[in-house]
Design a protein around this ligand. Structure first.
Ligand code: FES
Length: 78
């Protein structure tokens, strides 16, 4: 199964930092040659804006950028 990270690009999450977070995640994937291991997508608002900025690691929703980065770091050794 392809691994995927989705970043909510709805206006609330975007305003709460996902504009910058998307750049950070994209840069990390590129710099660590993870492009073949993980797909990065933008996601639509899931109406949980108050919890945002939201991400999805595969189907798991989180608002913790650190968790996303740790997941990506783990993929380096797979
Ligand atoms: S904008 Fe991200 S959940 Fe609504």
């Amino acid at each position: 199964m392809t691994k995927e990270i989705r970043i909510c690009m709805g206006s609330a999450c975007f305003a709460r930092g996902n504009d910058k977070n998307a750049e950070i995640i994209e840069k990390y994937i590129s710099e660590n040659n993870l492009d073949a291991k993980v797909e990065l997508y933008g996601a639509r608002c899931a109406n949980i804006c108050e919890k945002g900025p939201n991400f999805y690691i595969n189907d798991e929703c989180t608002n913790d950028l650190k968790k996303v980065m740790e997941y990506l770091e783990g993929l380096k050794n797979e």
